[in-house]
Design a protein around this ligand. Structure first.
Ligand code: SF4
Length: 220
């Protein structure tokens, strides 16, 4: 990967970097904020994973787009896309490397929609649909091996507020599944532990996921 300064103007401002390639994944772009047993989601848009060229580099990279942009372009796995984006300033808060995308062009060759499921390809639903469905925790290993191209998978950057009265933050990534509870690939992985003040710990037990998705039937 090129040094960060190659993506910057001399003034320190981030450059718009041109990119193009084939869409190998599109998933929701959601940030999770945890404060012990409380959690809140920020719905940022969508995350495209592209196999192609970014600047002068040929590799796989990730691009953030907004919900309005996705509604207009209806991207899905298998499409060819191009645009210009900016390196994200704080990788702890974003699931993508580049965002603030402009000049997006999409050529619909989305043959990926004919595969599976699982994983589910095709055009992902709007963000309100994800919010309404709710998620279950998803094993990081299962996500990496089976779910990176599924529209129901999501790798969220997590900001953890350890002590609300003495601000201290920690960051990590967590993977989730918004898909049908009957998916044969699904594995929850270990229960997640959220650190709190004075060394306290909150264990997010299975009932949290069961409650979050209780309104869905097994195949929904
Ligand atoms: S476990 Fe979830 S994210 Fe993975 S393939 Fe199944 S529905 Fe998609």
């Amino acid at each position: 990967m090129l040094a960060r300064r190659s993506w910057q103007h001399k003034t320190g401002q981030m450059k718009k970097v041109p990119w193009s390639g084939r869409v190998i994944s599109i998933q929701p772009r959601i940030r999770l904020t945890r404060s012990f047993d409380e959690r809140a989601h920020s719905y940022l848009g969508y995350c495209l994973v592209i196999e192609g060229t970014i600047g002068t580099e040929v590799r796989v990279f990730s691009i953030g787009i907004g919900e309005v942009t996705q509604r207009k372009h209806q991207c899905r796995v298998g499409d060819n896309a191009s645009g210009e984006s900016v390196l994200v300033p704080d990788a702890r808060l974003e699931p993508v490397e580049f965002y603030r995308t402009s000049k997006l062009q999409v050529l619909h060759t989305g043959d990926g929609a004919r595969q599976g499921p699982p994983p589910w390809h095709g055009v992902p639903p709007d963000l309100e649909t994800y919010r309404g469905r709710g998620h279950r925790r998803l094993s990081a290993r299962t996500y990496s091996s089976k779910c990176t191209s599924c529209i129901w998978g999501c790798r969220m950057p997590v900001k953890m507020i350890i002590d609300p009265w003495n601000p201290s933050l920690r960051y990590r990534y967590e993977t989730f599944c918004y898909g049908p509870k009957s998916c044969q690939y699904y594995k929850p992985g270990p229960i997640r532990i959220v650190p709190g003040r004075r060394g306290m710990k909150f264990a997010e037990e299975d009932w949290v996921d069961e409650q979050d998705t209780a309104h869905r039937l097994i195949d929904e």
